[in-house]
Design a protein around this ligand. Sequence first.
Ligand code: FES
Length: 287
Amino acid sequence: MTTETHECTCASRANPFMPYLAKIRSIEDLTYDVKLFNLELLDPEIREKFEYGVGQFGFVSVFGIGEAPFDISSLGHRKAGIEFAIRRVGTVSRGMHELQVDDVVGVRGPFGNTFPMHEYKGKDLVIIGGGIGMAPMRSVINYIMDFRDDYGDVFILNGARSPQDLVFKPEFEIWQSSPRTRLELTVDRGDESWKGRVDLIPTVVAEVKPSPKNAVAIICGPPIMIKFTLQQLKKLEFGDDQIVTTLESKMKCGIGKCGRCNVGEHYVCLEGPVFTMAQINQFLEEF
Ligand code: FES
């Protein structure tokens, strides 16, 4: 199984450091510290040509503050803007959270490779997202929802620190009501209103035991969650080629120039961020 490169057909390659201007069309509070921004590129020609695939990322700049990379959470084929789920954790994200609808930001991208969704056709999918790691998983899940007949059984496992930290709650019902789809939610700490699971993600994987037969597992979340979830998936006999993740990395330029995102000789911004475990193991062997 491979990951694939998605060639951008937009005009961004003329000067990849120059952001496009984009207006904030809507802002949705997903949690107390995560907002979903829907952006519309101002130039209609660039907007039309700006194509992106599942798993790609872009840089968003808040003027006077700075720029940071974020996973794209929307789907390019829906032609409904570019969405970023942004958690308020750093300077740029705090700046984003201060903005209002109709404010203008900069967007560079799209960058990186994509999840090879066509390779997953006919397979069962195990999609595991922890915390804001659900941001890229949302586009994977919604892509499957849009082309549901192309895929087998789908098991979505979404974990968070607390019920208040579960992002994309408004979409849970849509995902749950889709055929052959199971959604499990779990939190590290419940509260008086929470009736669901209070378990760590690896514990749920060990209990549910998704089958590796004709399946692919896609994971995104904090490194510690990924580490222990991988151990469980290996116990269930998922092969390294059946496990895919998207690497968070300290990206600065997005175009292979700054050397901030490399794993050994490999640049996450150019070759990733989507990798199979087999690829990551290969990098580590070379390292
Ligand atoms: S982000 Fe600069 S080289 Fe990858």
